[in-house]
Design a protein around this ligand. Structure first.
Ligand code: B12
Ligand code: SF4
Length: 481
């Protein structure tokens, strides 16, 4: 069922509010509203809803960010649909919005369960700040289904607790050990995300950098996890440095569904590190080529997991844009952050992608431990001299779950409010926060304010994204302060 946000003209509530009516939702799965210009379908909620549905439980997805809903709008929907349990998804960047929403729903007597990357790494703090009944640590499919089957109580009839589900009764303080929820080992056993409720063709979805060959564009994932250990990244600790892949047929089935049922015209692979298994990507690309789906594709990959042969196959499959996490052009910095790549490998990957006529996007992070004016200059020179088509330069945000979170403890401000993601909260010795912010702005401006780049970008900008573009450009410090 779909609610109509604009008119608040909600569908009539189900006949029975007792839970016995099979059409009743057992839970609302919610993405809180937050400020920010990038917008992608919330796959977490889609996967959880799809998994519940396949196991005969019905969830209502409420994407408060997409539909610009306030907390009282969310509560109104819950009341009208007679839903008494809310599952909220939470990234660290929305920890405070999540806590406020949870407190609001608790006052109205709603049971609240919070899952996602942030509560996985900060379960105690999340429970305290939000007043939620439970947090779920790790991947949520199995734990949430068990909760649904057990009337949303973590205590099972045999007296044991559902694995990975915690209340304040089990956690004494922030150092209390937690174990993660059980995972579905074979990703093909997880149904496709509940695309019906994610509204994949919605005009508000924005591709990174707002460039697309075709619209509508959405993101999917062919794998979960990454075997590397970059110190600034939280994924290695979330997935325990393991990668699980869906079969090429399974991925292709989802791509076909998105194209044929929902009219999707372009797909972004959101995998942490799509090419970690090059044989797999090769097989997937060959399956895509054979399928004649003809969808433009883009993704992110590690430089050391790309060679000319693979890039050529990726191009034939439809990849027209490949992003690389370059982070820094300084060998010292690459070593410090445990990137396990050298600068020649990175340069070679840029050349291979570019020579094959594919757009190359580079991601850079300034301000990691050891950064100096000299290493920043090396990165800036690199940005201006390499054949990159797009860049994203950001300042290190020390992420819960990343190695730096514990390694740098006491040396950065753990505020996690909205300023955390745009300001320098960790400042390496010898630099200032202002220096980092200025360097970020300067690198972005110098790169983008060139005719070659502007004309190239204009080719890919779609009308439907224009209203988001200025906010994004401001957040990239392309203009404004
Ligand atoms: C798509 C994406 C986005 C999208 C939207 C994400 C969203 N969900 O709202 C956009 C582009 C908007 C985005 C923005 C940002 N992102 Co982002 N993004 C991703 C990406 C590439 C995929 C996320 C995804 O769909 N995963 C697939 C799903 C299935 O996994 P999942 O979300 O973890 O969900 C599972 C569990 O966590 C759990 N779960 C999740 N929610 C719930 C809820 C309940 C009730 C339960 C029981 C369980 C549960 O069950 C799910 C299924 O197993 C990830 C990297 C990655 N590959 O995961 C980064 C990632 C999530 N992003 C990250 C970051 C840092 C950001 C930004 C801060 C970047 C920035 N500086 O602006 C912003 C923050 C935006 C915001 N305010 O929320 C970090 C998060 C780290 C952290 N500690 O929070 C990640 C992990 C990248 C990384 N490795 O560092 N992002
Ligand atoms: S930054 Fe990329 S390669 Fe490094 S650990 Fe994270 S996902 Fe893996």
């Amino acid at each position: 069922m779909k609610y109509d946000k604009a008119s608040k003209n909600l569908p009539p509530p189900p006949q029975s509010a007792t839970g016995s009516d099979s059409s009743n939702y057992c839970i609302a799965l919610i993405r809180p509203n937050y400020k920010g210009s990038d917008l992608a379908p919330c796959l977490s909620l889609g996967y959880l809803s799809g998994y519940l549905k396949a196991n005969k439980h019905k969830a209502l997805i409420i994407d408060a960010k997409l539909d610009e809903l306030s907390n009282s709008d969310i509560l109104a929907i819950l009341k009208r649909e007679h839903i008494s349990v809310a599952g909220i998804t939470c990234l660290s960047a929305v920890a405070s919005e999540t806590a406020i929403l949870s407190q609001y729903l608790k006052v109205a007597g709603i049971k609240v369960i919070i899952g996602g990357v942030h509560p996985t790494f900060m379960p105690y703090q999340m429970l305290v700040s939000s007043g939620a009944d439970y947090v779920v640590c790790g991947e949520g499919e199995i734990a949430l289904l068990k909760l649904a089957e057990n009337n949303f109580d973590s205590k099972l009839p045999d007296g044991t607790l559902i694995k990975g589900v915690y209340s304040l009764n089990e956690l004494e303080d922030e150092n209390a050990p937690v174990i993660r929820a059980d995972i579905v080992e074979n990703l093909d056993d997880i149904p496709y995300p509940d695309w019906e409720q994610l509204h994949p063709a919605h005009s508000a979805w924005t591709p990174p950098w707002f460039i697309a060959k075709q619209v509508p564009v959405v993101g999917i994932m062919s794998s979960r996890g990454c075997p590397y250990s970059c110190k600034f990244c939280s994924s290695p600790n979330f997935y325990n440095r393991r990668t699980r892949m869906r079969s090429p047929e399974n991925v292709l089935g989802e791509m076909r569904l998105l194209k044929e049922k929902y009219g999707i015209r372009e797909i972004k692979f959101l995998d942490e590190n799509m090419t970690s298994d090059t044989r797999y990507v090769n097989d997937l690309c060959n399956a895509i080529i054979k399928s004649n789906l003809n969808l433009p594709l883009f993704t992110q990959a590690r430089a050391d997991r790309l060679d000319d042969k693979l890039v050529k196959t990726m191009k034939r499959a439809g990849f027209y844009n490949i992003g690389i996490g370059i982070e820094s052009a300084s060998p010292v910095m690459l070593k410090n952050m445990n990137k396990r790549e050298d600068i020649d490998t990175i340069k070679n990957a840029i050349k291979v992608i570019s020579d094959n006529g594919i757009l190359v996007a580079g991601f850079f992070v300034l301000g990691m431990p050891g950064e100096t004016k000299q290493t920043i200059k090396e990165t800036m020179d690199f940005i201006m001299s390499e054949p990159l088509d797009l860049i994203n330069v950001s300042i290190l945000a020390v992420l819960p779950g990343s190695d730096y979170w514990s390694e740098l403890e006491g040396q950065y401000v753990r505020a996690l409010d909205s300023s955390y993601w745009s300001q320098a909260t960790y400042v390496p010795d010898g630099l200032t926060a202002k220096y980092l912010v200025d360097a970020e702005r300067q690198a972005t401006r110098k790169f983008y304010l060139r005719p070659r780049i502007i004309f190239k970008m204009l080719k890919y900008i779609k009308l439907r994204h224009v209203r988001h573009i200025f906010a994004r450009l401001r957040s990239m410090r392309l203009f404004g302060s």
